[in-house]
Ligand binder design. Structure first.
Ligand code: UD1
Length: 393
């Protein structure tokens, strides 16, 4: 192994990690003093949930795939820790970079902390203040053991300081997911997806639902989908469906909901399910949508950047800037309220004109450069202190 370069483990596990890690890997590859290593835990493993993102975001094949797969939260977390722990012990990276709030994020951060390997957390400090969300536990734990905390919006630093985190560890670098968006947007706008579906710009709604709180209970899921079926009387609803949601939603046999046949077009109304969309296709769909309804975290940010109205079907958001400065509305989980809000958005056409709209601060496509600058500075100093301690300087 090259002793003159810092070995950095960049961890991906689930789909939303990929668009955060891709620009960081690309930026690290530009610096001769860094040796970036891509580690995939295998939390997501279907082609449509993983491989297509690696390809479209130019991440390439992971250097290590731990193939952990699905399981209960504790089993999955433990298995990531076991396998990543063995790898970290064998390879002794100089830094572990984790992103977001999935189980793999927390598991790998804990390994770093226990192995005394520094950990950098990308997208730190976001808080929903809802400990029933598995992601909230992952966020709090990851931040508490991380050495470098990269934030995307001002609320994050406030939350971290409130939890007693050393301010010197916190770096406001902006939103690295927007780096990927900026990189892919032109290609996404040329995606054939809309033509294949037969929908014009602004003539459809995009829906995503996968939070356990929304999809695991059939009664709640039915009530939500029935409200969305009413919304779909005005415009067709395009629903790329997460594997977690797919079988549960289909079993409900909502008459207005049907699977899109790739050979044909969607109709003028109704909910049309699709397999999980690729990054490029999804971005293209969102960019031209009249409105997005979601319970995802990242999509609240992507719609804010694109100026597309977003209704977040949750009681809380860990991304408040998307509401205060962006196009997101936090509407709670009452299906009747969802229906009212959706009808009001469609009636008013609140889509912000790109001319007069500026995205939140440092959501500018250059977050990865700021992140890597901080990382190099940190490793440079750490390398020097190790050398000093060893009497080499
Ligand atoms: C995970 C993250 C969530 C993130 C979401 C994005 C946690 C706690 N949750 O949720 O924060 O928003 O990813 O997608 O880490 N499955 C497949 N194929 C796959 C992956 C999963 O069929 O490639 C199915 C399996 O039945 C699995 C279920 O989806 O049991 C849930 O997968 P899991 O990774 O546990 O959580 P997500 O719901 O995807």
């Amino acid at each position: 192994m090259d002793k003159n370069r810092f070995k950095v483990f960049n961890v991906v596990g689930a789909r939303p990690n990929m668009m955060k890690m891709a620009p960081i890997m690309a930026e690290m590859r530009r610096h001769a003093d860094l040796h970036p290593v891509l580690v995939h835990t295998g939390q997501h493993y279907d082609f449509a949930m993983s491989q297509v993102f690696l390809e479209q975001l130019n991440l390439g094949e992971p250097d290590h795939n731990l193939q952990v797969g699905s399981g209960t939260h504790h089993a999955q977390t433990a298995e990531v820790m076991r396998r990543f722990g063995e790898l970290a012990q064998a390879e002794r990276p100089d830094l572990i970079v984790v992103a977001g709030d999935v189980n793999s994020t927390m598991a790998c951060a804990l390994v770093g902390a226990k192995e005394l390997i520094p950990v950098a957390h990308v997208e730190s400090g976001l808080r929903s203040f809802d400990r029933t969300m598995p992601e909230e536990i992952n966020r709090v734990v990851t931040d508490s053991v991380s050495d470098i905390l990269f934030t995307t919006e001002a609320s994050a630093a406030e939350n971290l300081l409130h939890e007693g985190i050393d301010p010197n560890k916190i770096h406001f670098v902006g939103n690295v997911m927007i780096d990927s968006l900026v990189f892919a947007l032109e290609t996404a706008r040329k995606s054939p997806m809309r033509e294949q579906l037969g929908v014009g710009r602004g003539e459809y709604v995009v829906l995503t639902l996968h939070r356990p709180a929304n999809v695991d209970d059939p009664i709640r899921l039915r009530a939500a989908l029935e409200a969305i079926a009413k919304i779909s009387e005005d415009l067709p609803v395009i629903f790329p469906i997460h594997p977690r949601t797919a079988s549960r939603a289909m079993e409900l046999r909502i008459p207005e909901m049907q699977a899109w046949n790739p050979g044909g077009k969607v109709g003028p109304r109704g909910i049309w399910t699709l397999p999980p969309a690729s990054y490029i296709d999804f971005l293209g769909l969102v960019d031209s949508a009249a409105m997005v309804i979601t319970d995802s975290g990242g999509i609240q940010e992507e719609t804010t950047y694109l100026g597309v109205p977003c209704l977040t079907f949750r009681d809380n958001t860990e991304r408040p800037i998307t509401v205060t400065e962006g196009t997101n509305r936090l509407i709670g989980t009452d299906p009747q309220n969802l229906l009212r809000e959706a009808q009001s958005v469609l009636a008013q056409g609140v889509r912000k004109a790109s001319r007069e709209y500026t995205p939140p601060g440092l959501w500018d496509g250059h977050a990865s450069e700021r992140i890597v600058a901080v990382v190099r500075n940190y490793l440079g100093k750490a390398g020097m202190s190790v050398s000093l301690a060893a009497g080499r300087l």
